[in-house]
Design a protein around this ligand. Structure first.
Ligand code: ZN
Ligand code: ZN
Ligand code: ZN
Length: 202
């Protein structure tokens, strides 16, 4: 039974785009809430065992949001491989299971992502052109009203456009804020804001 006592968990880091796979003993997983960070330190997978359910909070490379998913503890601890997917993109964002099957699934996902990115390079730079266009024009409106600031007091900011999100950076303290730009609900979210406040590092 020794070989069954460990589980492998994997996800793709939205920040550095590397796949992150970690092994944890069932004992470690059950003992307390587990924070499984990417080596880059910018994202982490959270696992909480709650009686007969397990809740995972998965940072998602595709839509830039965290997904909260649950499954039964039995499946979590015993299935060969469990896949959790991103509702916005339909792609898998997290695997849990035995080391071999998890790595095989992760490899297939990496190939799918490479293919998607190659396609995106041909067709367009964004997951959803329309959503990105709307989100950027909302940010522009907010900026024109002077609504972008940082908690450090600065009003100097820089913008970086990503595949499915937009990052705002404070030019003074380096604080950052990510605005998802993947789905129609992301447009709704930013439409109702009259200001954007970057969380400063001070
Ligand atoms: Zn990372
Ligand atoms: Zn997602
Ligand atoms: Zn700042």
């Amino acid at each position: 039974m020794v070989e069954q006592a460990k589980r492998t968990l994997a996800y793709l880091c939205p920040s550095c785009r590397q796949s992150v796979a970690v092994e944890r003993s069932i004992f470690q997983l059950a003992a307390s809430a587990n924070e499984l960070p990417c080596p880059c330190g910018k994202s982490s997978l959270r696992v909480e065992m709650m009686g007969d359910r397990v809740r995972l909070t998965v940072p998602c490379l595709f839509c830039g949001k965290d997904h909260s998913v649950t499954c039964s503890s039995h499946a979590f601890l015993h299935e060969k491989v469990l896949a959790f997917s991103c509702a916005a993109s339909g792609l898998d964002c997290c695997y849990v299971g035995e080391e071999g099957p998890v790595f095989a699934a992760l490899k297939r996902l990496e190939e799918a992502v490479d293919k998607l990115e190659a396609q995106a390079g041909e067709k367009g730079t964004f997951l959803d052109e329309l959503v990105m266009h709307e989100v950027l024009s909302e940010i522009k409106d907010i900026a024109q009203r002077g609504g972008i600031s940082c908690t450090c007091g600065s009003r100097n900011w820089k913008l970086q456009v990503n595949y499915s999100s937009v990052d705002l950076f404070c030019a003074d303290c380096g604080g950052a804020m990510r605005i998802p730009a993947a789905t129609a609900s992301d447009i709704d979210d930013i439409c109702c804001k009259d200001k954007l406040v970057i969380h400063g590092q001070a």
